[in-house]
Write a protein that binds this ligand. Structure first.
Ligand code: CA
Ligand code: CA
Length: 299
């Protein structure tokens, strides 16, 4: 990895974005060229939504659009590769990423979640769903309990299967269980709808959890230190251990090699996923050691 470190001498990479979650209010008309469809998938995936009236600017909509979006969000979150002739990553524009994801991952004879499990078998294992019974509130409580326990292990992505008051099926990706608030935050298809399970919008829409679908994450491309997340520590590890890192772990941008592009890719991914300011400063004296200056700041 020293080659990479040397290339990065005097390389200053600074990114400043607002702290906290990147919040975008996205409507159907914005998901078109020039709108959120033009943003990197990693920047806008939280807001991908199913549209009641899709138009020609709406990518890859079908009857199960909400499940498509939930699974595409999962793929972005864990930096899974898109198997395409072009090198499409979470930094590709959202339209291209989402369209290629549905084409290359979801299309197949199996159920979509099974297709995801097959295509991404190197990265995750789909576990048996947990089916729920009881009142809406009892199911909310059970869902929170299940997800908060799974979250403890930090190795699970969870899709909720629900019904709505209108009788339709609906799927969402779980964001996180907030232990202090005892709330389960979701990445709904259209985050303007609901924030957490049981909130006013959730109640208004009659969201009723039918099943919890856990995906056990076993490997995340670019996660060098093995904590199942992309973080600053991975960049540090990549800089000092590239020669010891295999492609499955070190090739963060899925282009078949490990080089400076992976470092830059990881930095941008962290920017979008964590909403933190990232700054690197390398000098010849520290470029070949682990003492590289590496810091994050929250403006
Ligand atoms: Ca990591
Ligand atoms: Ca690479």
């Amino acid at each position: 990895m020293r080659k990479i470190a040397i290339w990065l001498i005097c390389f200053i990479f600074s990114i400043t974005v607002s702290s906290g979650r990147i919040a975008l209010s996205v409507y159907a008309e914005e998901f078109q060229p020039g709108g959120s469809a033009a943003l990197p998938a990693a920047a806008s995936y939280e807001n991908w939504m199913q549209f009641a009236v899709p138009d020609t600017n709406t990518p890859a909509i079908d009857a199960d659009g909400c499940l498509n979006y939930a699974l595409a969000k999962l793929a972005v979150r864990y930096n899974f590769p898109i198997f395409s002739e072009e090198n499409i990553t979470a930094l590709s524009d959202s339209y291209t990423y989402y369209t290629e994801f549905t084409r290359s991952v979801l299309e197949g004879k199996g159920k979509k979640m099974d297709n995801v499990a097959e295509v991404y078998k190197d990265y995750l294992t789909k576990e048996d769903p947990i089916w729920l019974t009881g009142s809406i509130q009892e199911r909310i409580d059970m869902t929170y309990e299940i997800c908060s326990k799974l979250q403890d292990k930090d190795e699970y992505a969870i899709v909720l299967q629900m019904t709505t008051a209108s009788g339709s099926d609906h799927y969402v990706l779980v964001d996180k269980a907030n232990i202090m608030e005892e709330r389960l935050y979701l990445l709904d298809t259209g985050s303007r709808y609901i924030q957490y399970l049981g909130d006013e919008k959730s109640t208004e829409k009659g969201y009723n959890v039918v099943a919890v679908h856990p995906f056990h994450i076993v490997h995340v491309p670019g996660d060098i230190n093995g904590d199942m997340r992309i973080g600053i520590a991975d960049i540090e590890h990549l800089l000092v251990q590239s020669s010891k890192t295999d492609l499955l772990h070190g090739d963060a941008n899925h282009d078949g090699t490990i080089n400076t592009a992976d470092v830059v890719y990881l930095a941008k991914l962290i920017q979008y996923q964590n909403g933190k300011a990232i700054q690197y400063s390398f000098t010849p004296a520290v470029a070949t050691s682990t003492s590289s200056i590496l810091s994050t700041t929250t403006p």
